[in-house]
Design a protein around this ligand. Structure first.
Ligand code: FAD
Ligand code: NAG
Ligand code: NAG
Ligand code: NAG
Length: 543
């Protein structure tokens, strides 16, 4: 190790400690010369000599650097040769490694990106335009379930599949109300507000969190009590990455029946999809809380050659048997024309597999697999609908979708428990008054910039066409459907004003309390990214 560099680094660390004003200086220096050796040396110093440091740090020259980096890429757009790569990947095996990584990344002045499951739609957990280190949490994934207390501690790197499986091992009538995709990890999913098929019955993942552990910017491990209620509130829907490193959540388990019922019914325009979709808007958020009916809308080939149509797929989970489901549907949603033969009764865990698109008969063991079947190029966006869209409106939207070609929608109904929880209870503000959330979705397989430009343009145009039909002032968005189109910050002088632009879309008035929590726990903005919560502007927080 070059000694003059050591001297330089410690001088910079000294300046870093001296005053936040010097951050910029040390950052820009380190940015042009981030020092792998000094990071490793710092980790070793922080953790002790026999602490496996050499087995948890990768630089681009390590032979397994690329496979470690790619292991949790979930969007092929960010798996190209021109995608910016981390200077270092660190894969902690224990909590002290996380503490040391925070302290040492801060010391060398390089941005830390935290990755748990890598499902961020814009890849902000593993890509950045500025030099960065990935803190990859996949090794920290223990799950301990306590059925008597109806709770579990889950580490950030645990996937939803692993969580569902470990709960199911111990009880066939308990689960956790979170997302549908089994490879999504707790760290990003829960901190971002996570939802799934149980949201009308039990609310979001964050409505069922009891405690948490984080590592803060000073390298301290803090639980709920130690971090305080503002910060605990913030990491339950405000995104983890603005506040610290989430180590684990203590989640509350909820009850499900042993037998549940699922169905999938499809209607094309020729089969009066417009009438049924129209009607769904008056039913889906008000119907029995045991029933969740998601709707997928896609442009597809019609029955005549060369013709295009829209197909609406109604995919459902019912917390009960088929007879009770039929009674509810005949009374409240006869327009769908559901038949008993469409309904499939199954165990709760089989419904998890069904929703994750596994073939019937697949063993639940598949939930322990951390690799998805396939990974596409993709882009997602979100919106909220507060007034039913008219039939004319729907027909106009179909026309636009068919013109554009490939972008589809997922409509997720709210209501039920979602409407009972106050907008301020968690940072996630999209509660009463929202009939459903829209996810815009486009996937493609063609490589190259041209294809990407095309598809991005397509989904953005559809988003623009939807303006008259969706929430306004602000036009609300869902944090877990990360979309950098709605605003970004470079974490410079204007970070507060920039943050407010996307912040009020994701969080409405809760943005202010998130800024307050941020200012408490990380006033110098070490934990930052393209859409992080800014601290209060400098002049204000120094009084
Ligand atoms: C196929 C697919 C299906 C999905 N289905 C659903 C769904 O059903 N319901 C739903 O709500 N969402 C869904 N999502 C969105 C998903 O919940 C979010 O992308 C979520 O943030 C992913 O978490 P992750 O840990 O896997 O991702 P990451 O990319 O690792 O992280 C996402 C964000 O959280 C931060 N972060 C991650 N770990 C930590 C940590 N330990 N401490 C602090 N910050 C951290 C990252 O820095 C990043 O900003 C889906 C996404 C995909 C790709
Ligand atoms: C990366 O390479 C360095 C230098 O050869 C080595 O010391 C270290 O153990 C390697 N890291 C891993 C995780 O294998
Ligand atoms: C990333 O690209 C490599 C080829 O460079 C490929 O082998 C790998 O499967 C890709 N992974 C994902 C998730 O796209
Ligand atoms: C569609 O609606 C029309 C008019 O209400 C009706 O006559 C027709 O039978 C319906 N078609 C289908 C497939 O339900």
């Amino acid at each position: 190790m070059n000694t003059s560099k050591t001297a330089h680094i410690s001088l910079l660390s000294f300046l870093f400690l001296l005053s936040p004003l010097f951050n910029l200086v040390s950052l820009s220096y380190a940015a042009s010369d981030p020092n792998y050796d000094s990071f490793v040396q710092c980790l070793t110093k922080q953790s002790g000599p026999n602490d496996q440091i050499s087995s948890i740090v990768y630089s681009p020259s390590n032979s397994s650097y690329t496979s470690v980096l790619q292991a949790y890429v979930r969007n092929r757009r960010f798996n190209t040769s021109s995608t910016p790569k981390p200077r270092i990947i660190v894969t902690p095996l224990k909590v002290s490694h996380v503490q040391a990584s925070v302290i040492c990344a801060k010391n060398i002045g390089v941005q830390l990106k935290i990755r748990s499951g890598g499902h961020d739609y814009e890849a902000i957990s593993y890509v950045s335009d500025v030099p960065f280190i990935i803190l990859d949490m996949f090794n920290l994934r223990s799950i301990s379930v306590n059925i008597e207390q109806e709770s579990a501690w889950v580490q950030a790197g645990a996937t939803l599949g692993e969580i569902y499986y470990r709960i199911w091992e111990k009880s066939k009538i308990h689960t956790y109300p979170a997302g549908v995709c089994p490879t999504v990890a707790a760290g990003g999913h829960i901190s971002g507000g996570g939802y799934g098929v149980l949201l009308r019955k039990y609310g979001l993942a964050v409505d069922n969190v009891l405690d948490a552990q984080i590592v803060d910017v000073k390298g301290r491990v803090l639980d709920r009590k130690a971090m305080g209620e503002d910060v605990f509130w913030a990491i339950n829907g405000g995104g983890g990455a603005s506040f610290g490193v989430i180590l684990a959540y203590k989640i509350k388990l909820v009850k499900v029946p042993e037998i549940v019922t699922v169905f999938r019914v499809q209607k094309t325009l020729e089969q009066n999809a417009t009438d049924v979709v129209y009607r769904w808007q008056f039913v889906a958020d008000k119907i029995d809380n045991d029933l969740f009916i998601r709707m997928l809308l896609q442009p597809v080939s019609g029955s005549k050659k060369g013709e295009r149509t829209i197909r609406a797929s109604f995919i459902s989970l019912f917390l009960g048997d088929a007879n009770r489901l039929m009674t509810i549907m005949n009374k409240d949603f006869p327009e769908l024309g559901l038949k008993k033969a469409d309904c499939m009764e199954m165990s709760w865990i089989d419904s998890v597999l069904y929703w994750a698109n596994f073939d019937s008969g697949t063993s639940p063991d598949i939930l322990l697999s951390r690799t998805p079947d396939s990974v596409n190029f993709l882009k997602r966006k979100s919106d909220y609908v507060q007034n039913p869209i008219s039939k004319d409106g729907l027909e106009w939207i179909w026309k636009k979708m068919i013109e554009l070609g490939k972008t589809g929608f997922v409509f997720n109904p709210y209501g039920g428990r979602m409407s009972e929880i106050s907008e301020k209870a968690t940072p996630f503000p999209h509660r009463a008054g929202n009939i459903f959330k829209i996810q815009y979705s486009v996937n493609w397989n063609e490589e190259g910039i041209e294809a990407e430009k095309n598809y991005l343009n397509q989904i953005r145009r559809l988003f623009s066409y939807m303006t008259p039909f969706v929430s306004k002032s602000p036009r609300q968005a869902f944090l877990n459907y990360r979309d950098l189109d709605i605003g970004v910050t470079d974490n410079g002088e204007n970070s507060y004003n920039e943050g407010e632009v996307y912040g009020v879309k994701y969080f409405k008035d809760n943005f202010d309390r998130l800024v307050k929590a941020k200012t408490l726990i990380d006033p110098d903005n070490f934990f930052r990214n393209e859409q992080s919560i800014p601290p209060k502007p400098f002049q204000q927080h120094t009084k």
